[in-house]
Design a protein around this ligand. Structure first.
Ligand code: FES
Length: 83
């Protein structure tokens, strides 16, 4: 299964979450808090919302809860951006 993250193709296993694919690719963070601090997986169970990404144009998707699907287009986002 392959997804695209900020234009880069990443391979994952069926059933992995988007966060799982990102972590397996060596990414520890993919978002910035308003302070500029890096954010990625914190709780890993859908509670903290630190892992938010845009998936196929939908903002604020929790990467730790969303299973990656073949062909997903993932874009990183920041709380400092305008919606
Ligand atoms: S890591 Fe906490 S909601 Fe995803």
């Amino acid at each position: 299964m392959r997804i695209t993250v900020d234009g880069e193709t990443l391979a994952g296993e069926a059933g992995q979450t988007i966060a799982g694919v990102l972590l397996a690719a060596g990414r520890r963070s993919w978002r910035r808090a308003p302070s500029g601090a890096p954010r990625g997986v914190f709780c890993g169970i859908g509670v903290c919302f630190d892992c938010l990404v845009i998936v196929n144009g939908v903002r604020d998707v929790r990467a730790c809860r969303r299973r990656a699907q073949e062909g997903d287009i993932v874009t990183t986002q920041s709380r400092t951006e305008a919606p």
